[in-house]
Design a binder for this molecule. Sequence first.
Ligand SMILES: [Zn+2]
Length: 420
Amino acid sequence: MGSMLIKAERIFDGQSDQVLEHAYVLVNGGLIEAIGPQSELDGSTGKFAQEIDLGSNVTLMPGLINMHTHMSFSGSATVFADHQTESHEMKLIRSVENLKMALRTGVTTVRDCGTLNGIAFPMREAVENGIFQAPRVIASGQGITITGGHLWFCGVEADDEAGVRRAVRSQVKAGADFIKAFATGGNTTPRTNSLAAQYSEAEMCAITEEAQRLNVHVAAHAHGTPGVRNSIRAKVTTIEHCSFMTAAGVGYEPDEVRMIADAGLYVCPTIFQGRGKYLDREQAKESAEVAHFFDLRDQRFTLVRRLVEDGVQIVSGSDSGVGYNSFDDYPGDLVLATEGTDLSPLYMLKTATSIAAEATGTQRFGDTRTRQSRRPVRRARQSATRYPGLDPTPAGGVARSGYRLTACLAMVMLDRAFFS
Ligand SMILES: [Zn+2]
């Protein structure tokens, strides 16, 4: 693979606190070799095997990481019923389409948080082998849940300490990149309780201990406060949703939050548009149910903002696949999260690029590190930082249309911060 020079009006590298204007990326052999201002290129253009000028009004950025997906889920209002009635083959076909859709929106990595092993692992392999173009897959396979617990229909049921240890071992044996554990019930699964803990603190600790021994991370689904507490004490890597949910709504526990921050756990709050795409606030005046939807969403925005203010690292993931939530607009979810929480657009983009990469561990991405630059872009050495986990797209084989879409999103978001 020869060298490729990409020029863009602005470049966000996924890590720094500002965008680089009139910038370029030099890709060599599939690796980002240098990033810098175009003024450094004087006299050196024409020397590259390929040159792409994205023109004005484009901000180039790394591919997005969606930290929470369910690739085989229908994204309709009836996810649970669909999963019961669809054949395995239909779920596979849907998964292919879902991942392709994600790629078209600029997502180059998905961390899948609960899909049947017989779908998630072959899909990961098919993408790795280039059988079809889709985001890189990091897969938990089947999540660990209690009998009849959240996502039992695509999970491993385990009910005591010995059981959860066996479940962790069997999932790693089957090929899981990380372990997904359900610390509370959830909305997708009838007859579970989101507010109550599914596992005791000791059981959650058994999960993380076993995962640690096998060198894999743990992502814990937790809505209700007891489940959040147990996940914190078990020192999981990421807490999914982390709603501090009580019967009265979204709560906040400053002492618990301090423990999350001190232990360096990540929170993936899974903000997504969902039903909000089809509702507007005017309807809330007539419908108590719609009013409740917006009220709860606002509470979540406030929670996420407070978490960040209290020093917790956030990673973005949209829970694509669950009710009213397809794979077609993760960028829109990031925009919603930015506007709703009033956090900086750049921080939000980091939660879907560099911070997300950090949270997944970078051992699977060792080949994407930035090389030291050489002439004719010598000065870029200082600015060519290491990019753990970030895809050197489009050299990584990602469709350019997807890349452009991401670039447009970034432009919109960054414009709000820097150019208004
Ligand atoms: Zn989920």
